[in-house]
Design a protein around this ligand. Structure first.
Ligand code: C5J
Length: 220
């Protein structure tokens, strides 16, 4: 096994069974006029990590390790969007409404696409997911099993919602999970900090933490 210097202790990984999962780096969360902004959030916080996520993706591609992307989005008829999700709160735009980037959080609309700087390349898996966790109602579990993946490195947004939910789902399924702390972000800095602490607490109860440069150096 190879080692990444991590918190709360070294993360052991076999390059042949390690993949990167990049969560929801979509225009709807990162650019003005999308779902994130419609909830009243400052999207510039999330925009700031795009170069770091790009560096992590480039590192995995250079090392020949798989990169998997997820997108939170729904079918055009909203049949996979529970009313409880659509009706919640008082956003400027609800899921399925027409905004400046097309229908909000709908598959195939411009807002649901991954930001151009992080666009998937040929051969990379892209998972469309209706929930916050990437395992719920998707084929992610089957894909990872088929490829013999056992260790997962995570990046993306938002730290305490889709990233943390997916890490917890993965952890329960037996994957060792490492979060790139500078390649994930929240609209709420305090939530990000709390999430990092709760992931690594109690002897990596959900997973490990390391910075992008440390991860990229270790996988080469
Ligand atoms: C949210 C996500 N925050 N990708 N989605 O609704 O974290």
């Amino acid at each position: 096994m190879n080692i990444i210097k991590a918190e709360p202790f070294d993360f052991a990984f076999d390059p042949s069974s390690t993949a990167l999962i990049v969560i929801d780096m979509q225009r709807d969360f990162i650019e003005p006029g999308g779902f994130g902004a419609s909830l009243g959030n400052d999207v510039s916080l999330l925009q700031a990590i795009v170069p770091t996520v790009a560096k992590l993706i480039a590192g995995f591609r250079k090392a020949g390790l798989p990169v998997i992307h997820t997108r939170e989005c729904h079918k055009t008829d909203l049949s996979d969007c529970p009313p409880a999700k659509r009706d919640r709160g008082d956003p400027a735009l609800r899921i399925g409404d027409i905004g400046p980037m097309g229908r909000v959080l709908i598959a195939g609309e411009p807002g649901a696409s991954i930001v151009p700087a992080l666009a998937p390349i040929n051969g990379e898996v892209v998972i469309d997911k209706p929930g916050k966790g990437a395992f719920y109602a998707t084929h992610l579990g089957d894909i990872l099993q088929q490829r013999g993946i056992k260790q997962l490195v995570f990046a993306g947004v938002t730290t305490e919602v889709c990233v943390q939910t997916t890490m917890r789902e993965a952890n329960d399924r037996g994957y060792d999970c490492l979060l790139a702390t500078d390649a994930t972000e929240s609209y709420f800095p305090a939530f990000k900090q709390a999430t990092l602490e709760m992931i690594a607490a109690q002897g990596a109860i959900v997973g490990w933490l390391a910075k992008t440069d440390t991860i990229v150096e270790a996988i080469h």
